[in-house]
Design a protein around this ligand. Structure first.
Ligand SMILES: [Fe+2]
Length: 406
């Protein structure tokens, strides 16, 4: 093993001797038991561990020192003033011992990083991992999965039931609680088992019928095409909760479509269209001007939002009702953007991607408004729906506190 390590280290030593004055001070050692090797280069230290070559910038390494002087492990906050780090800093000494990379900096400060922590937190490590595992679905996939609904009694009394519910919610972007009393109060109570309620211009808990009380199509009996809500917020609401308290009539079935499933199809079929939809900023807008309500909101961002380091989607804004004037796209891109948008729309409208659910009193649905679209068919008669929005941060925080990956 030592022979192999020496062979791996040799190129670095060669570079050290010929190019870099700071390296004349750097001591390079490696421990066979660590199964890690490293090379100090001009602008970073390359650490090979667990089959991954990590390129660790020196300022980053000093900034992420986990010594008590640099980091408060009780509050998980940085003590070190990043503004005080010399941007040309290089370690005087580097070694790997007992599963740790140990660096000694000019002035004598020692930083010790566990190799597993570096593997998990390096760019190369994050690039290979998923922030939130998901199961993308069309109606067949979702129905075959046969996901059980949580039940009101156990949901309200048992944390394990909430954890199972959140796991399903994270994977599929929708989850149900059954047997909830058909009241606004019970709906509020069931949502508060999961997270904080996000108060918006529609109130904290909203309750609506087809009375046109607000300047929004939702307050009518008309069918609504698939869409995400509050696309006109700079940060659209994370989770939507619906509970149909009463319906004396026909129609009104709820439509659900996994936006990420459709977008992944576009990514596979036409990467250039996916790229366009994930980079061109579009404005959504809500203007309400009635006797009782005056609002003017705008939200700007691409239709598809993707983490740049691992290409994982995390947010789709898709609302043809609220999409505002397109004046953020140069003329030569407008046609291409419409073609890309049409391809996404075609995927979203495939009948096999539509999950139709009849919401009845007692059945509360939670919808990931950053992923799953909702709509409805038209209806007759009195239909009373209540619900609310939840903050995404708090839902994900609840999930992480249960040990779930989110
Ligand atoms: Fe909506």
């Amino acid at each position: 093993m030592l022979t192999m390590l020496n062979r791996i280290l040799r190129p670095a030593l060669k570079v050290r001797n010929t190019q870099l004055s700071w390296r004349h001070k750097t001591q390079i050692r490696a421990c066979a038991a660590s199964s890690a090797t490293f090379q100090p280069l001009e602008d970073c230290l390359v650490l090979n561990y667990g089959g991954t070559a990590m390129h660790l910038n020196y300022v980053w390494l000093r900034d992420h020192c986990r010594s008590a002087a640099s980091y408060n492990s009780s509050t998980n906050q940085r003590n070190l003033d990043t503004g005080s780090i010399d941007l040309t800093i290089r370690p005087d000494d580097a070694t790997v011992q007992n599963g740790h990379l140990i660096l000694t900096w000019p002035g004598g400060h020692v930083s010790k990083y566990s190799l597993s922590w570096l593997a998990e937190n390096s760019y190369e490590g994050k690039k290979q991992s998923t922030i939130q595992p998901r199961i993308l679905w069309n109606s067949h996939i979702y129905e075959e999965a046969n996901i059980p609904s949580a039940k009101w009694d156990t949901f309200m009394s048992c944390d394990d039931e909430v954890k199972k519910f959140l796991q399903n919610y994270l994977l599929y972007g929708i989850a149900f609680v059954d047997d909830v009393p058909a009241t606004v109060e019970a709906t509020e109570a069931v949502t508060q088992r999961v997270s904080l309620i996000r108060e918006t211009t529609y109130g904290r808990m909203w309750c609506f019928t087809s009375d046109f009380s607000r300047g929004d199509t939702a307050y009518s009996q008309l069918a609504l095409d698939r869409h995400t809500d509050t696309s006109y917020f700079q940060e659209p609401c994370g989770i939507q909760v619906f509970h149909c308290l009463k319906h004396e009539g026909t129609g009104g079935t709820t439509l659900l479509v996994d936006g990420f499933y459709a977008a992944e199809k576009v990514r596979q079929q036409s990467p250039e269209n996916f790229e366009l939809l994930s980079h061109v900023p579009i404005r959504h807008e809500y203007i309400e001007n009635s006797d009782n309500h005056r609002n003017h909101m705008t939200g700007i961002g691409p239709v598809l939002n993707v983490y740049p380091w691992n290409n994982e989607m995390y947010l789709i804004r898709y609302n043809n009702y609220d999409r505002s004037v397109i004046n953020t796209v140069p003329h030569d891109l407008v046609q291409r953007w419409y073609e890309a948008h049409r391809e996404l729309t075609t995927e979203l409208r495939r009948p096999e991607n539509e999950l139709w659910v009849k919401l009845t009193p007692g059945k509360v649905i939670f919808i990931d408004n950053w992923r799953v679209m909702h709509g409805r068919d038209s209806f007759t008669g009195l239909r009373q729906l209540c619900g609310c929005y939840l903050t995404r941060d708090d839902v994900l925080s609840s999930a992480r506190c249960f040990g779930l990956q989110a």
